[in-house]
Design a protein around this ligand. Sequence first.
Ligand SMILES: Cc1cc2nc3c(=O)[nH]c(=O)nc-3n(C[C@H](O)[C@H](O)[C@H](O)COP(=O)(O)OP(=O)(O)OC[C@H]3O[C@@H](n4cnc5c(N)ncnc54)[C@H](O)[C@@H]3O)c2cc1C
Length: 615
Amino acid sequence: MIETHMLSADVVVVGGGLSGVASAIAAARLGARTILVHDRPMLGGNTSSEIRVHAGGADRSGARPHCRESGIMDEIRLEEAARNPQRCAQMWDLILYEKCLQEPNLSLYLNTTCVAAHVRPAETDSQTSVDEPLPSAERAAAAVLRNPQSQIEHIEATRESTEDRFIIRGRFFVDCTGDGRLSVQSGAQWRHGREGPDEYGEPHAQGPDNRTMGASLMWVAEDVGVPVPFTAPSFARKFTDDDLPHRKHIDLDHGYWWIEYGGELDTVKDKEAIRDELMACLMGVWDHVKNGGRHGADNWVLKWFGWLPGHRESRRIIGDLVLTENDLMNSVLFEDRVAHGGWPMDTHPPGGIYSSEPPATFLQMPDIYSIPLRALYSRDVGNLFMAGRCASCTHMAMSSTRLAATGAVMGQAVGTAAAMCCARDCTPRELVQHHIHDLQQQLLRDDQYIIDLPAEDPDDLTRGASVAASSESVGCESHKLLDGVTRMRHGDTHQWASDLQQAMPQWLEIKLPSVREVSQIHLTFDSGFSRPLALTHQDSFNARMFRGPQPETVSDYVIEFGSGGTLTELVRETGNYQRKRVHHIAPVTADTVRITIHRTNGDPSARIYEVRMYA
Ligand SMILES: Cc1cc2nc3c(=O)[nH]c(=O)nc-3n(C[C@H](O)[C@H](O)[C@H](O)COP(=O)(O)OP(=O)(O)OC[C@H]3O[C@@H](n4cnc5c(N)ncnc54)[C@H](O)[C@@H]3O)c2cc1C
C-alpha cells in the first residue's frame, strides 16, 4: 500500500556519493535543515563497498605532496584510517553513515530514489511539471525550462522497499547523482559526450561526439597459499594476452579499472547491458590470469567482486561557467574559487577493454587548479546546485574533476553555498555577485582549501595577536600560525613546529591585542599531507600510507585561558587524530591562551597550522 509523505527542508541533496555526503554535511553544519536522498543502502557511491574505487584527488596519489583535500574530506579519511586499519570496505560505508547520523540537522533517506521534480517558472504562478517517470534524454533536452528564474519547488522520491512516496519541498537542491537525474527532471540544460576542439578552444578535445568514458566492475583477490582452481562461468569472454594490449595484469589483489565498457552506449538506458558485458569481461580476465598461461595466479582466489558497475561519466550540467581544459592547464585562479583539483586530465577510450589504444591518456597540469562556484550551479534553474561528476565541465576538464575527493570538496563548497543562500535569501548567482568573499571565508574557517586565498576572518579574535613558543624549528616559526594559510604552499610550511630535539611537552602562547570574551577555539593540526591517504584495496598503493592516526597529528593537549598572568585549564584532550578541532567552552574573558602539547601520534615535533578564536 503506497503512502505519501510530505517533507520539507532548506537544502535537499540527491545522491549520496562523496560529493553528496560532503554537501549534505556542510549544509547541515551551517544550520540548514537538510535532507539527503540516496538510492542505495550504503553511502559513498563509487567509493562504497559495493563498487570499491578509492577516493583520490588533487595530490595525485601522493605524487603532488601537500595538495590533499582538507575539510570534510580529510575528516572522513582520518576517521576511517584511525578506525579501520584492517581495511574493511564496509567500515568506509559505516564512517560515512555515522558522519551523517551525527548531524542533527541532517535527515538521511537511504534506498530512496528521486524520480521527479516539479518546477515553477518565476514570472507566472502556474506550475510546470516534468514528472513523467524516466523521461528520455530528448524530452529533457527539449524541456520547457530555459527561464533563468525557474525554481524547483519540490521533488518526488520513492522507497520501493517500504512502498513509500515522498514529496520533498526545499529552498535549494543539489544534484550529486552522477547521472544528473535531478537536473534532467527539472529541465536544466546539460551536456553529454565529448566536445570538439573548436567549441571551447581545447587543444586536446576528442569530439564532437556523444561518447564517454565507460564503466567498470572491480574485484578484490587474495593469495591463499595453496593452489585453488577457477572455473569460469559459461558467459565469460575469452581473452589472450594479445587481446589486452597496454593492459598490465600483474598485480592481482585489486581488480583492473581498465575492465571498462559502455562508453559507446547510452550511459543511462544501456546500464543493464553494460553491467552484463562487464561481468562477462571481469570473469574472462580472471579466467585468463588463472587459466591462460603464467600469471602466478595459481594460489589466488576472488574474495569479492562487484555487481554494480562504477560509472565514470554521464551528464554534465551547464552552469554559468563551463570549466575547460585550458582553465585546468593554466591553473586559472577564479575570483569565485571555492574548491581545488589536481589530478591529471585522465581520459579513456570509449571502446574500453575492446580498444587497442592505451586504456588511459594522462595530460598533466603544472599545478593544482581552482574550481569556481559558477561551475557548481545550473545556469537556468535558479535554486539548483550540482557537484561531483555532474559539475559544469567539458569532457576534458571532467576527466580530472571526476576524482572522488575533488567531488567531495565541490560538495562541501555547494553545501556551504546553499546554506548561505538560505540565510541570505539569495540565489547562487547573487551569492557569487555579492557574497563570494563571505562564502570563501566560511569555507576556509571549515578547513576547505582555496588556492592562494589566505583566511582573513574579521571575527577571528587572533587577528593582530602575538605568539610565543617553547621552541621552534627553522622555517616553522610560531608567527606562521596566524598567516591564514594551513598547508605547505610555494615552499613555505605555514606551520609552527617545535624543535624536534626538544622533548614534549611543548607549548604555544597567544596574546590577544586586548581582553576579549572567548567561547570557541579552533585548532588546525598537521595530518601528513606529504603522503596520500585513502582506503584502497591495492596493496602497493596502501604501502605508501599510514593506516591509523597520522604521526604528525597532535594527540594529547591542554588549553588554558586567562588574563593578568592567571591561566585556567578549560580543555584537555587525549587521543586526537583529526586535523581540525573546534572546542566550545563556556564564555571566558581572556587575553592569553596557552596550548600545551603533551604527545603527538609519533612525530617528534608538535605541529600546528592555525589557531582561531571566536566570541
Ligand atoms: C572504475 C572506476 C575507477 C575510478 N578510479 C578512481 C580513483 O582511483 N580515484 C578517484 O578518486 N576516483 C576514481 N574514479 C572516479 C570516481 O569514483 C567518481 O567520479 C566519483 O566517485 C564520483 O562521485 P560522485 O559523488 O559525483 O558520484 P557517485 O560516486 O557516482 O555517487 C552518486 C550516487 O548517486 C546515487 N543516485 C543516482 N541517481 C539517484 C537518484 N535518482 N536518487 C537518489 N540517488 C541517486 C547513485 O546510486 C550514486 O551512489 C573511478 C571511477 C570508476 C568508475
